[in-house]
Design a binder for this molecule. Structure first.
Ligand code: HEC
Ligand code: HEC
Length: 459
């Protein structure tokens, strides 16, 4: 053992990897940046360096020496061992399914959305043994979402969550004081989430809470709205897509093992490396709208903007929310077990978002809706329950990057905006019919307006 100690680390790892069934390897590891969270939180190093490290990590093609692959673990967010090691390193459906985050998030550039070919099979990552068939009973097929402006979206979700918590806490205090149940309307940033009743003994009656989980935490990420923060998502994605395991969830302190996925690499991804990836995503500029230079076309687009509101699209796709926080504090105070939380577990990073003044122009209400009815069923294609959310409910899609984010819909199977609109039934049936009642010129104008969203080059 002592003799092994003098071998270069890469040789050591390749020896171990052979033992694990990975081919011999004379290549170097791909990860070249090892940022320390504490250094950046203490201001010893500039935040721009952390963001740059995060960009590097977002684009790096992880390999076995970095800890890519998870022969002994599934792609589940909750650390879950595998009974049998799969024969292949990459598996398209169950994952690991890509070398880098930017393999999927790449339109118009790293951090953006992706075409149908980058779809992910959510739920298949939980299967053991892994599945290779696309079966709606075991997977929900999802299209890659763009991350430009993602930090602003998380900040909006945090503020909305705090507003809902305030309403809940006030109702609870009143119920206790008065000795009678108190019902409160849950409204945050102009969005109604139904109501709840606080009972004098402190219990809550939540059966009329709508579009958000009964815990009132707005989960702004995934089309289902089941992930709280960029940090939580990043740790999930690292494991699911790449077999890279973050120590804060899969490491010794949480699982009792330094190499939970049994690929021969200990402590694969540090707190600082996760923070860097979050810093990159959270500070990505928001997509920007661009009207046509040509006055005739511009007038059409502007009329379309008015029609968008007149038709009622803006009731769910709320064009803008005003928030009070303009810098991104990482990590989120709402993170759950297995994702570091900003409550003293770790020093908080303060990330400035360039150009952000507090207006989030994402065209969403961050609420889940059911767009299906008896006739229109396009968005009800899924069968597998995720995060306890009924299968027909999805978060109102952000529209701020429509110019580049196609194909549309949570499965990415709608090439045009027209098709996406026609697929709206259920809670959006009236707005769909109002759109259809417009004459063709007006319909084209509304779509011309939507095509201005995200058309400008990112700054
Ligand atoms: C194989 C393609 C693929 C790879 C690789 C991938 N993603 Fe994604 N990403 C997706 C898809 C598909 C979604 C949408 C998931 C859904 O709606 O359920 C998504 C969603 C996200 C979201 C949520 C965005 C939102 O607004 O809801 C974040 C954040 C994210 N990815 C970050 C990452 C990071 C970080 C990595 C690398 C560690 C990564 N992704 C790797 C395909 C991919
Ligand atoms: C009741 C709320 C609601 C209303 C009203 C509504 N939408 Fe949507 N919209 C959604 C939801 C939810 C989705 C996500 C559907 C999915 O993929 O599961 C969505 C998705 C979309 C998409 C696809 C975006 C993408 O990137 O995949 C477009 C485009 C769109 N809506 C435009 C409109 C237009 C135009 C109107 C008005 C005619 C409208 N919506 C009215 C809730 C609504």
């Amino acid at each position: 053992m002592a003799r092994l100690g003098i071998l270069p680390i890469s040789v050591l790892l390749s020896v171990i990897c052979v033992g694990m069934g990975v081919a011999e390897n004379w290549d170097p590891a791909a990860i070249t940046v090892f940022p320390d969270h504490a250094d950046f939180a203490a201001g010893l190093l500039p935040i721009e360096t952390l963001v740059a490290d995060g960009e590097t990590l977002f684009q790096v093609k992880f390999n076995a020496l970095d800890g890519a692959g998870r022969p002994g673990a599934t792609g589940a967010g909750d650390p879950t061992g595998r009974r049998e090691q799969p024969a292949q390193e990459f598996l398209r459906v169950s994952g690991p399914d890509a070398s880098a985050c930017s393999s999927c998030h790449n339109v118009p550039r790293a951090g953006g959305s992706g075409d149908f070919v980058t779809n992910v099979f959510a739920g298949a990552n939980l299967q053991d043994p892994p599945v290779e068939a696309v079966d709606p009973r075991t997977t929900n097929e999802r299209n890659t979402t763009g991350l430009f402006g993602a930090g602003q979206v998380e900040l909006l979700a945090r503020e909305m969550t705090l507003a809902l918590f305030d309403l809940r806490d006030t109702a609870r205090a009143q119920a206790k004081q008065r000795g009678t149940p108190v019902t409160v309307a849950l409204v945050a940033s102009g969005v109604s989430f139904g109501h709840l009743t606080a009972l004098p003994d402190g219990r809550l009656e939540t059966s009329n809470v709508q579009g958000v989980d009964p815990d009132l935490i707005i989960r702004p990420f995934t089309s289902k709205g089941v992930v709280i923060s960029l940090r939580e998502f990043t740790i999930n994605a690292l494991n699911q897509h790449h077999g890279i395991q973050a120590t804060e969830r899969y490491g010794k302190s949480k699982t009792g093992l330094s190499d939970f996925d049994r690929d021969g690499v200990d402590d694969e991804f540090s707190v600082g490396q996760v923070s860097a990836m979050v810093a990159f995503q959270a500070t990505l500029p928001a997509p920007r709208q661009k009207f046509s230079e040509d006055p005739f076309l511009r007038a059409q687009e502007e009329r379309g903007q008015t029609l968008f509101t007149q038709v009622g699209c803006s009731t769910c796709h709320i064009p803008a929310h005003e928030i009070t926080t303009t810098t991104f504090a990482e990590p989120s105070p709402f993170n759950e077990y297995g994702t570091l939380r900003g409550d003293g577990q770790v020093a908080t990073l303060t990330l400035p978002i360039e150009g952000f003044q507090g207006t989030v122009t994402a065209y969403t209400d961050l609420k889940r809706h059911n767009l299906c009815d008896a006739d229109i069923r396009h968005f009800c294609n899924e069968q597998l329950v995720q995060g306890g959310v009924p299968v027909d409910y999805f978060l109102t899609a952000k529209l701020w990057d429509l110019a580049t984010s196609g194909p549309y819909g949570h499965r990415g199977d709608l090439p045009t905006i027209s098709q996406a609109i026609l697929a709206h039934g259920g809670e959006a049936r009236a707005e769909r019919e109002a759109f259809l009642a417009l004459d063709d010129t007006a319909k084209r104008e509304l779509i011309a307006f939507l095509r201005t969203l995200g058309r400008a080059e990112a700054p």
